[in-house]
Design a protein around this ligand. Structure first.
Ligand code: NAP
Length: 307
């Protein structure tokens, strides 16, 4: 079976894979290196426990309008675990049987676990991004203000993780005001429980009052496509902020280039990909997942994609 192939809903019709299937669903999804990362981890885990030798991770291009119909199909075909990427993370919350309380706070899920009657949703992005920031930037979201760019599925998880970790203040900038308002409303109970302030702003016109020396997290898609400008004018960020861009391909994103040109420290989203993947694989397998093997597999896959 070609594990690099992009499958579609039509492939589920005659689906005959005899082992334990996992998959990422997205639109588009061809660029995803999650299959390379997870299949490397499974091959490694199979050396210690033979059961993983029959586990495989696939990728499926599923349009948002097809997700509601697709999930029961994946369940009927026995898929044990699913990852959801752009643009399904928020949409899926309404479509699954149960949502883990921690994921419910963010209103977004990126990991689904099969139960006998449906899928249970989790969100491992918040864990992934906070762990990656600690590793890559050597700091903790509890210690500095956070300026979060974006209000989509990944931003939702990051916002909850920052508030839960106790970040001093959280500023969220987004392009579309209505999506920002929706996220601020979702976060209100979490912010109240954490006794933290959350402020929204227009990404195109950052206010003068942004906190200095913040951790800036890019959770927008701006930077994924060649020629994209950075999501924010770096000159409008006061002090010496640390920049974490969730995008990992290209490895040097427009935001990172602009930040480094100003002498700022910046890292891409590769470590986040690995850590959210580690946590997801642990949910599916109930075993420890090999982060170093997954990191190496991601680097190799990115190397191949850059020829
Ligand atoms: P999503 O739910 O579709 O949200 C996309 C966000 O990007 C929205 O806030 C959207 O703003 C904003 N946006 C899109 N194009 C923009 C542009 N040209 N200028 C400014 N803002 C723009 O996607 P997601 O799942 O949250 O993913 C967001 C990003 O995080 C993607 O780049 C994804 O690759 C990355 N990510 C990385 C990891 C990792 O493991 N490293 C994990 C998850 C996500 P509007 O509200 O205005 O549309």
């Amino acid at each position: 079976m070609n594990l690099d192939r992009v499958h579609t809903l039509a492939d589920l019709d005659g689906w005959s894979f005899p082992g334990t299937a996992l998959a990422v669903l997205g639109h588009p999804v061809a660029h995803s290196i999650s299959p390379a990362m997870h299949n490397a981890a499974l091959a490694h885990m199979a050396r210690a426990d033979e059961k993983y030798s029959t586990w495989r991770y696939f990728k499926f291009d599923i349009a948002p309008g097809d997700l509601a119909a697709a999930l029961p199909w994946f369940h009927a075909r026995g898929f044990l675990g699913l990852n959801l990427t752009i643009p399904h993370k928020v949409l899926a919350v309404e479509l699954i049987e149960a949502v883990d309380p921690a994921a419910a706070e963010s209103g977004a899920v990126n990991t689904l676990l099969r139960t006998p009657t449906g899928y249970r949703g989790f969100n491992t992005d918040g864990y992934g991004v906070t762990r990656a920031i600690a590793e890559e930037l050597g700091c903790c979201v509890a210690d500095r203000p956070v300026i979060l760019l974006g209000a989509g599925g990944a931003a939702r998880a990051a916002a909850v993780a920052c508030l839960r970790a106790g970040c001093p203040t959280l500023w969220i900038g987004n392009r579309t005001a209505a999506n920002l308002e929706r996220l601020l409303a979702t976060l209100a109970p979490v912010a109240r429980a954490a006794s933290r302030g959350v402020h929204g702003f227009d990404l195109g016109d950052p206010p003068a009052g942004l906190p200095a020396d913040a951790i800036v997290i890019n959770a927008t898609s701006a930077g994924l496509k060649p020629g994209d400008p950075p999501p924010i004018d770096v000159a409008r960020l006061p002090g010496t902020p640390l920049i974490y861009d969730m995008i990992y391909n290209p490895p040097e994103t427009p935001l990172m280039c602009a930040a480094r040109a100003r002498g700022l420290t910046a890292a891409n989203g590769l470590a986040m990909l690995v850590h959210q993947g580690v946590r997801a694989l642990e949910i599916w397998s109930e075993s420890a997942a090999p982060a170093d093997v997954m990191h190496a597999a991601c680097r190799a896959a990115l190397g191949r994609s850059h020829g």
